[in-house]
Design a protein around this ligand. Structure first.
Ligand code: DWN
Ligand code: ZN
Length: 421
């Protein structure tokens, strides 16, 4: 591991505390989207420490190691899913944001981590002016080709000033599954406050730490996800940076997320009761003390062992097993459970950038679905957050007797006939 590629965190990025509780340590793991070209299969592969700690002061759950964002994002394999699930969700985000921020009148929407521009196209349909900001040059080019103006850079206080000067103040600054990826949140929030119009909203969608723990979604812990937020932690962070938490919605995407909006503390917005209710619920459920996190760590170890036993048992009994969806979380799952080509013949994935390559660290070949000559007996569902849509799509496979192994919260096998453990 090259040492200048990693910074080890000393103080909490939300509150500055140095009082940490160790939660899980996964050893050194390759980058979740670090797919390997077949020709490089024997070359040494970078891996970085992957461990999560809980701040005893503000209960931010975060990684101890921050990998250089240029390594992660300058060229990025992940393209926003073109699934029905995601299309429906992006329309919901426009409705929820549109209700609050005056967008139909041509208000400016700036999206952090705008990827190939899918979400912004929905906002433009709703009458907003749009601007994307994404450091992945390969994706920014695609977005531009689709007519979505995109700054190929990171959003920070400097880009915020540049945007304010060239495009004016923003009615909405949106960050879907990007804010949890950012180390210097203070600079991003300073930039957001600078760029926001008086009535503007800073709205982020992040994995919800309560869902992560309750659904045991330990595989969503990987180097891109530096922070795992409670509402109470975000509320504290916003207050430190001149913002006020305005509203929150819990959403099913990506294993359980929250859509959290904040406005300038000196602006017109007040805090909805939903915010206070969720904060109270976090305290009542024990998320502000050690026990919840201790138990989470123990459950992860048990579930990993159970999944490995299940998959290896199926293979030992002569069944063929493959992966379904070469997701980022799949990298954590396969590396942690020691599942590779000895257990999985291949992994299908609809993303062209991943096809023909090997999964990070475990080197399972990734195939386009149309290149699968003989379906396996079982698919290990590495894209479990799309389980319902995928099982609808794969009805024929299920009815022919095929099964899906759903890895979390407990490994279960779902077949066409019955859902069995
Ligand atoms: O935060 C992040 C989340 C939002 O997306 C990023 N850091 C990385 C990424 O995580 P992920 O790769 O776990 O996301 P997905 O969208 O759960 O990945 C699903 C994978 O499965 C994609 O590579 C596409 C693939 N897929 C498929 O092959 N067939 C997906 C569906 C729905 C399918 O039918
Ligand atoms: Zn803290």
């Amino acid at each position: 591991m090259s040492t200048d590629a990693v910074r080890f965190v000393t103080a909490c990025r939300v509150c500055g505390s140095r009082r940490w509780q160790e939660v899980v340590s996964f050893g050194s793991v390759p980058l979740a989207n670090g797919f390997v070209d077949a020709a490089e299969a024997d070359a040494p592969e970078e891996a970085y420490p992957l461990e999560a700690v809980s701040c005893r002061e503000c209960r931010l759950l975060s990684l101890t190691a921050v990998v250089d964002p240029h390594l992660l994002y300058r060229t990025y394999s992940y393209v926003t899913s073109d699934s029905e699930t995601m299309a429906r969700h992006m329309r919901t985000v426009v409705e929820l944001c549109g209700e609050r921020a005056a967008l139909a009148g041509g208000g400016l929407v700036v999206e952090l981590g705008s990827n190939t521009g899918d979400q912004l196209l929905y906002f433009r349909e709703a009458g907003a002016r749009v601007l994307g900001v994404d450091p992945a040059r390969n994706l920014a080019r695609v977005a531009e080709d689709r007519g979505v103006p995109t700054l190929p850079d990171y959003f920070d206080s400097a880009t915020a000033r540049e945007i304010a000067a060239t495009h004016g103040k923003a009615s909405l600054i949106l960050g879907r599954h990007v804010f949890a990826h950012i180390d210097d949140v203070a600079d991003v929030l300073a930039g957001a406050r600078e760029l926001l119009a008086d009535h503007g909203l800073f709205t982020i969608e992040v994995p919800y730490a309560v869902d992560l723990v309750e659904r045991l979604a330990f595989d969503t812990i990987y180097h891109e996800h530096l922070s795992y937020f409670l509402i109470s932690t975000l509320d504290r962070l916003f207050a430190r940076h001149g913002l006020r938490t305005v509203d929150v919605e819990r959403l099913a995407v990506h294993g359980g997320s929250v859509l959290v909006s904040a406005g300038r503390a000196d602006g017109p917005w007040r805090t909805h009761d939903r915010v206070r209710d969720l904060i109270a619920g976090e305290r009542a459920a024990g998320y502000l003390s050690d026990g919840v996190y201790q138990e989470f760590g123990a459950r992860v170890r048990r579930t990993c062992a159970e999944l490995t036993r299940l998959v290896r048992g199926l293979v030992a009994d002569g069944h063929r097993v493959a992966g379904y969806g070469a997701s980022a979380k799949g990298t954590t799952l396969l590396n942690l459970c020691g599942l590779g080509p000895g257990e999985l013949e291949f992994c299908t994935d609809t993303t062209p950038q991943k096809q023909g390559r090997l999964t990070p660290g475990t080197h399972v070949p990734v195939l386009a679905p149309q290149d699968v000559r003989r379906p396996p007996d079982y698919y290990l569902l590495l894209a479990w957050n799309y389980a319902e849509e995928i099982m609808r799509k794969e009805t024929a496979f299920l009815e022919a007797g095929g099964g899906f192994i759903v890895p979390v919260p407990e490994p279960t096998v779902r077949t066409g006939a019955v859902a069995a453990r």
